[in-house]
Ligand binder design. Structure first.
Ligand code: ATP
Ligand code: MG
Length: 596
């Protein structure tokens, strides 16, 4: 009704007030009356008698009046301020990546307080583990979360890694898209160069506090202490404090930040994340002091560092046209053939010449002289030439044995199994899948299976429904292996399912790195892994059922043995002693078969 009054009064009368002048009231009524009879043609003559200020309605064509006739009357046109290309042009400018992610912090996993606390912890822990492994150091991690208020926490993560050189500290923590991992094709937890600076930006946004860093690169070097904020409009660090300090560690990094958050227990909690991180990193010692409750401490299971993941070149089958264009613009190769051999994996001279010929190009052509159309011809020729799959020794899984030890230590169950699939390739990127499961024991019987997803040894806690790992688990037919499963759901069983993907480049569905994209090759490998552990579980469950049935039969027979003894004594006239002997022999025979 308010809306009606305002529109009919030409936008001048406040809501609920009566229109000031009679002609306006008339104007308001006209269309309503028209709507009651047969509309527009009849309404037109009424409208024709309106004063000049209502003229737009009168002059409007029939189609324009129609909606007004059905509901509230049409509003007189209000002059719009028009933009010009020049006025819009004045507002067009660079967008700082920091400003972009500040507005879109949900893309980085900071969309709610509980998740924000987890994401910040995860970014710092991932970096510490990556740094230790790159430097060949067995990681000692120390994670402390203090509750400053119900919705505010202090997070401190300390590692024994190689440390960070003083000049790099401001940009590592105070600039988004700055890191050492983005440009190399190597298996690591970090990929993008956003993680820790985004956590710092969230801390600054929610508490106004800087990130505090202490880092030392060696016993003979001083430790440096920094307090850093991000200038979001420029995506540049602001150094508030930079000084040398005493530190009891020879080398390593300590990151401290205060942030708005929510601490909770249970699934997708920081506690769960820490336990699962320890499981996927058997070579790390992990100490964790949560804001509430007992300290968690897990010693390393193995003192052997994982094999060093190798850096590889991109495989031609995975390259995109735009990337190929810039590679050929920047190559150091003098001829097209030598550029292809130098910049790609698995391209021998024979393969390079084959690609050039298929594209109708001369192998000796200077790559920088190629036009876009020629490069496109090259791009189209690549899939037509047989090229060996990329090397797979560059990826390092946990290994089924260590995975089994970890599972046994983490989950109290009855049956455990694990499998590491052979390496495979998606879009030219090598990857490998590992699957483990723990069944029975103390695990809750009436719930859906607990699916633990991992990528490059990092637990993935959110966006399960959008993840290839979940999709593969849901579409596996677990009923074949003796479990109950509703259509489109995980099976209901006392079971933890561990699924891990390692790759030189994990195809995450977003920057927050929570779900793996469903490339067909990845789904296929996941299914094969899940089916294998499923078959083993099926075998165990069948065997257990057989034993249970046998036990039932035997106890049934056992209850009859005394009666058989009595009956034989009576029929055959045996002595009490003979009867006892018969009972003894029969019981012994039954027991003997039980141990078979
Ligand atoms: N604890 C640490 N010890 C040593 N170097 C570190 C540490 N934390 C961060 N770095 C360095 O800082 C860089 C930036 O870290 P950041 O988390 O922002 O990005 P990233 O780990 O490369 O990628 P991602 O955004 O996927 O996490 C890293 O690439 C690494 O070189
Ligand atoms: Mg990182």
């Amino acid at each position: 009704m308010d809306l009606f009054n305002r529109t009919t009064a030409g936008g001048t009368s406040p809501a609920g007030e009566k229109p000031a002048r009679a002609p306006r009231r008339k104007a308001a009524k006209a269309p309503r009356a028209a709507a009651a009879a047969t509309p527009i043609e009849e309404a037109a003559p009424t409208a024709a008698g309106l004063p000049a200020e209502a003229a737009p309605i009168e002059a409007a064509p029939a189609e324009a009046i129609e909606p007004a006739a059905a509901g509230p009357p049409a509003r007189p046109a209000i002059a719009r301020r028009r933009e010009t290309a020049e006025s819009i042009g004045k507002r067009q400018r660079d967008i700082s990546v920091a400003e972009f992610f500040q507005k879109n912090r949900h893309l980085l996993g900071f969309d709610n307080p509980a998740k924000a606390l987890l994401t910040a912890t995860k970014e710092a822990v991932d970096n510490s583990l990556d740094a230790c492994e790159e430097a060949g150091i067995l990681p000692d991690l120390d994670i402390v979360i203090d509750e400053k208020a119900e919705d505010r926490f202090r997070l401190v993560i300390t590692d024994n890694g190689p440390g960070i050189v003083r000049t790099q500290i401001p940009r590592v923590f105070g600039k988004l898209l700055y890191g050492s991992k983005f440009h190399t094709m190597r298996q690591s937890r970090g990929q993008q160069g956003i993680g820790i600076s985004a956590a710092g930006m969230y801390s600054q946004l929610t508490t106004g506090q800087p990130v505090k860093i202490t880092s030392r690169t060696g016993a003979k070097k001083p430790a440096h202490y920094f307090e850093i904020q991000i200038d979001t409009t420029r995506n540049e660090p602001k150094v508030l404090v930079d000084r040398e300090v005493e530190w009891d560690r020879d080398h390593g990094t300590r990151v401290e930040m205060e942030l708005a958050g929510l601490y909770k227990k249970g699934r997708r909690s920081v506690d769960d994340y820490i336990v699962q991180t320890a499981l996927a990193n058997p070579h790390a010692a992990v100490r964790y002091q949560p804001p509430k409750g007992d300290e968690y401490h897990r010693d390393r299971i193995t003192s052997e560092l994982p094999r060093e993941p190798l850096v590889i070149k991109p495989h031609p089958y995975g390259v995109e046209l735009g990337v190929l264009i810039s590679m050929l613009r920047e190559t150091k190769g003098r001829s097209l053939s030598s550029a292809l051999q130098a910049d790609f994996a698995r391209v021998s001279e024979r393969v390079a010449v084959g690609i050039c010929k298929t594209a109708g190009l001369r192998p000796e052509t200077r790559p920088k002289a190629l036009g876009v159309q020629e490069i496109e011809a090259l791009f189209r020729a690549i899939p037509k030439v047989k090229i060996m799959a990329p090397p797979t020794n560059c990826i390092v899984p946990i290994g089924d044995e260590l995975l089994l030890v970890g599972l046994k230590e983490t989950v109290k169950a009855e049956f455990y199994t694990s499998i590491t699939r052979p390496p495979s390739v998606y879009r030219g990127n090598p990857f490998q899948i590992e699957v483990g499961l723990a069944y029975g024991g103390e695990l809750p019987a009436d719930e859906l299976v607990d699916l633990w997803r991992f990528a490059n040894r990092v637990p993935l806690q959110y966006q399960q429904s959008g993840c290839a790992i979940a999709r593969a688990a849901l579409t596996t037919d677990w009923r074949k292996y003796g479990l109950q499963q509703s259509k489109g759901a995980l099976p209901a069983a006392p079971m933890v399912l561990f699924v891990h993907m390692v790759s030189v480049w994990v195809p995450f569905t977003s920057e927050s790195k929570e779900a793996v994209a469903a490339y067909p090759e990845i789904i296929r490998e996941l299914r094969l892994g899940l089916q294998e552990v499923g078959r083993r579980l099926g075998g165990f469950l069948r065997h257990r059922r057989r034993l249970a049935e046998e036990d039932k039969k035997k106890s049934y027979i056992k209850s009859y043995i005394p009666h058989i003894g009595i009956a034989l004594r009576e029929i055959l006239g045996l002595t009490k002693q003979d009867e006892a002997k018969v009972v003894e022999v029969l019981t012994e025979t039954l027991e003997r078969s039980r141990t078979l």
